[in-house]
Design a protein around this ligand. Structure first.
Ligand code: AP5
Length: 219
């Protein structure tokens, strides 16, 4: 199993970059945020447990998250390549991931830290719109749809995520600073962290990451 991680504050552009990386490499996109939103919508036990935390912009407990990710790994073939988006988010989750990879004789290849200033993060989150039908991601200023509130790809209706309202955005950014930022040191110490300027255009971000992955694979 091969693993890379996209690390970054809410709104840094992890999901947007993941879509481009997925198209150009064998890495399968695993977004814990998307998995949780699906579970909430379906009303599963994990969804019911996670819903309140997500609405408030807080982290879902580590035990729940590790269960979710382990189930994903168990369900796929042993030689699969995964790109984790939104996991881990605490040092405890990172330690549990290390232990899980060691059990599977696998190792973390790269962690890409998408770095961006706070005002840019807030503007990106507040302007984000998502297609209700296919999940495509837009921004009302940076990456606007051709027709307002309509998805270019499938014609579906665009909506704003409930946690992209101002008060919740502030909580999410605080949670990142207090609970997730420690992972930058954690992965720097492991020698796997690469810093990426997340304020750059999405094509440049995707190109930098894809080039690095191809170089590491000797391509
Ligand atoms: P999650 O869904 O993971 O949200 P997040 O980390 O807050 O990240 P976002 O999806 O908001 O941002 P992103 O970096 O993917 O940005 P995007 O590409 O969309 O998690 C939601 C919740 O689930 C959490 O709050 C928590 O409760 C729970 N959760 C999830 N994982 C958990 C875990 N491991 N442990 C505990 N709880 C967990 O881009 C944003 C906008 O900017 C878009 O509009 C996009 O079009 C635009 N944009 C992106 N890149 C660019 C660019 N380069 N140039 C111009 N515009 C851009």
């Amino acid at each position: 199993m091969k693993i890379i991680i996209l690390l970054g504050a809410p709104g840094a552009g992890k999901g947007t970059a993941a879509e481009g990386i997925k198209a150009a490499t064998p890495y399968m996109h695993v977004s814990t945020g998307d998995m949780l939103r699906t579970a909430v919508k379906a009303g599963t036990p994990i969804g019911r447990e996670a819903e309140g935390y997500m609405k408030r912009g807080e982290l879902v407990p580590d035990g729940v998250m590790v269960r979710l990710v382990e189930e994903k790994f168990d369900g796929g073939p042993a030689d699969k390549a995964y790109m984790l988006d939104g996991f881990p988010r605490t040092v405890e989750q990172a330690e549990m991931l290390d232990a899980s990879l060691a059990r599977r004789n696998s190792r973390l290849a790269h962690v890409f830290y998408l770095e961006a200033p706070r005002d840019l993060l807030v503007a990106r989150l507040a302007g984000r719109r998502i297609c209700r039908a296919c999940g495509a991601n837009y921004h009302i200023v940076n990456i606007p749809p051709k027709k307002q509130d309509v998805c270019d790809t499938c014609g579906g209706e665009l909506y704003q995520r409930a946690d992209d309202k101002e008060a919740t955005i502030n909580t999410r950014l605080e949670v990142f600073a207090n609970q997730t930022k420690a992972l930058i040191d954690y992965y720097t110490r492991q020698g796997v962290l690469a810093r990426i300027d997340a304020a750059a255009p999405r094509e440049r971000i995707i190109g930098q990451i894809v080039d690095k992955l191809r170089m590491a694979a000797g391509q």
